[in-house]
Design a protein around this ligand. Structure first.
Ligand code: HXC
Length: 520
């Protein structure tokens, strides 16, 4: 064998060994826990043969606690780039088989390298997390590594889409990287996220709680909103990441890919003319409206188990990617509360940062009253949504379906927040409040002055009728130009698509500033 052949043989062998990470025994242990390895996950995520790996031979530099004797090529993370559906992405996948995927300084350097490349080259960053946290033997170096990663999450925010997959433990300060990214996908039963684990919770608070109860996928997808998706298994988690990417652009200078569709633009749906119940207190399912107007009835919902009174997600309309925000009358009558405001605000800001037009479907009775909401700062949280819509410069098309009262009328992408086109169905009720409340405020004294209870009732009904005629229809708003047109519900798809086509060239600037001061 020539020297060169020998060199090549050594390279091939060293690569093979590096690909085994912490070794076959630990790979088997990973599989026994129902988890895939970092490389198996990347193989599922990326187009076949597209993975270009970096830093396969990087080793940690720690010399504490005997660490100088144990080195694994690549350390505890696999990094590089590849394609998904032919589109470039940068990736890292923490390798639990090497020191439990715990973060060393060199691992952070590998991760920061791909983060910098993603930002520089304008491609999404996908991080798959499965780690025991800061590598204990490295002390402050490991903490420094986290800090450097967080800084890049921040610098890349709004520049390239960042998606976190949580496919194993993600605890302590490590949770802040996913929290800084745009979307977080967790896997049920095998992943968890918390700042302090069950043992600390027990010792500090005396509470008995399991990892799953404290920070499992279902908990974060439904209660805290920290996770946008709770996948049944890793395969589904990977599928979700891929589908999500199909609706979003590579970076903030590009538009999302336009897809071919055979769904006619002019398709009308007569069932929408019948969907609003005669009784204003009766609910209907907003999903029926969304599914009716988007291409092929295909809606990709985000955070579907959290704050269900508002619906957010992506769809295509005439092949164009759109972000849909809609109140859901079926849940809490579609009221806006703290969580619904936070959820919708974050989504609106993502769409605005990445040039995705916003379609808003409004049926909102107002903000949820009460001490719980006020003490929890519904004012500040509601202001987030107000702010998000008000600052958004992407094309904004709004449809007022039914109730649109008070502050929530303004917040939900009204004309006054620079919405480009506002349509209303004939069933729209745009007013300061509902008739009941209004009559109580305006005529309480007059009604009280009437002695006969029957007469009292009669006057209240008359005044309600008067109020309804005046306000509970879209015509007053349309007379003032706050509504651009009143449309037949069956034509909603066609009208929105036509509006989006008109707005395709929209350019709008914000006043020069260092950055805004969004109410937090
Ligand atoms: C070094 C670690 C490690 C860590 C795990 N390992 N976590 N090594 N630093 N943080 C090693 C283990 O020693 C073991 O090595 C291997 O990884 C697998 O771990 P196991 O415990 O055998 O696996 P499992 O039973 O599945 O338990 C996983 C685990 C547990 C729940 C993650 O390992 C654990 O609790 N680790 C410590 C978690 C922790 O407290 N991290 C620090 C958080 S504070 P061998 O050689 O036996 O295979 C933090 C601060 C960040 O992260 C701040 C950022 C701002």
């Amino acid at each position: 064998m020539s020297i060169q052949q020998d060199n090549i043989k050594k390279l091939v062998e060293r690569r093979e060994k590096a690909r085994l990470g912490g070794g076959q025994k630990r790979i088997d242990a990973q599989h026994q826990k129902g988890k895939y390895t970092a490389r198996e996950r990347l193989a599922m995520l990326l187009d076949e043969g597209s993975f270009e790996e970096f830093d396969m031979f990087v080793q940690h530099r720690c010399t504490n606690f005997g660490m100088e004797k144990s080195h694994v090529d690549g350390d505890g993370v696999v990094t590089g780039c590849g394609t998904i559906g032919g589109r470039l992405v940068y990736v890292y996948a923490q390798d639990f088989t090497v020191s439990g995927g715990s973060l060393s300084k060199t691992m952070s350097e590998k991760m920061c390298k791909v983060m910098d490349m993603a930002i520089r080259n304008g491609a999404p960053l996908i991080g798959l997390n499965d780690s025991g946290g800061a590598r204990i033997q490295e002390g402050v170096d490991a903490l420094a590594g986290y800090g450097e990663i967080f800084e890049r999450n921040i610098l890349g925010s709004g520049v390239v889409p960042q998606i976190s997959g949580i496919f194993g433990p993600c605890a302590g300060g490590a949770v802040y990287s996913p929290a800084l990214t745009d979307f977080t996908v967790m896997v049920k039963n095998t992943s968890y996220m918390f700042l302090t684990g069950p043992a600390v919770v027990k010792s500090v608070l005396g509470e008995d709680v399991t990892s799953e109860q404290l920070g499992g996928a279902s908990v974060h997808a439904s209660k805290s909103g920290v996770a946008n998706f709770a996948a049944e298994n890793e395969e589904e988690g990977i599928r979700i990441i891929k589908e999500l990417l199909s609706y979003i652009p590579q970076n903030n200078m590009e538009e999302a890919p336009r897809v071919a569709t055979s769904d006619p633009v002019s398709r009308v749906d007569d069932t929408l003319n019948e969907i609003i119940p005669d009784n204003p207190n009766k609910a209907y399912d907003m999903f029926a409206v969304i599914n009716s107007i988007v291409d092929d009835g295909k809606f990709f919902e985000i955070s579907k188990d959290f704050a269900k009174n508002v619906i957010v997600g992506f769809a295509h309309m005439n092949g164009r990617s759109v972000g849909i925000v809609a109140n859901q009358p079926k849940v809490l009558a579609g009221v806006l509360d703290i969580n619904a405001s936070r959820k919708a605000a974050r989504f609106v800001r993502f769409c605005d940062a990445f040039n995705i037009p916003l379609v808003t479907l409004v049926d909102v009775p107002g903000f949820l009253p009460g001490t719980q909401q006020e003490y929890g700062a519904v004012i500040t949280n509601g202001a987030k949504l107000l702010y998000a819509y008000g600052e958004a410069t992407v094309p904004k098309v709004t449809v007022e379906l039914r109730k649109s009262y008070g502050g929530s009328y303004i917040v939900m992408s009204s004309k006054h927040l620079r919405s480009d086109i506002v349509y209303a169905w004939p069933s729209a009720e745009i007013a300061v409040m509902g008739a009941d409340g209004a009559v109580k405020v305006l005529y309480a004294k007059d009604i009280k002055d009437i002695e006969d209870p029957e007469e009292q009732k009669k006057m209240a009904e008359e005044k309600k009728k008067e109020y309804n005629e005046l306000f509970n229809n879209p015509y007053q708003a349309a007379q003032k130009g706050y509504i651009d047109d009143i449309i037949e519900p069956r034509n909603t798809r066609f009208r929105i698509i036509r509006a989006l086509e008109e707005l395709a060239g929209k350019k709008q600037e914000l006043p020069a500033k260092k950055h805004d001061n969004l109410p937090l």
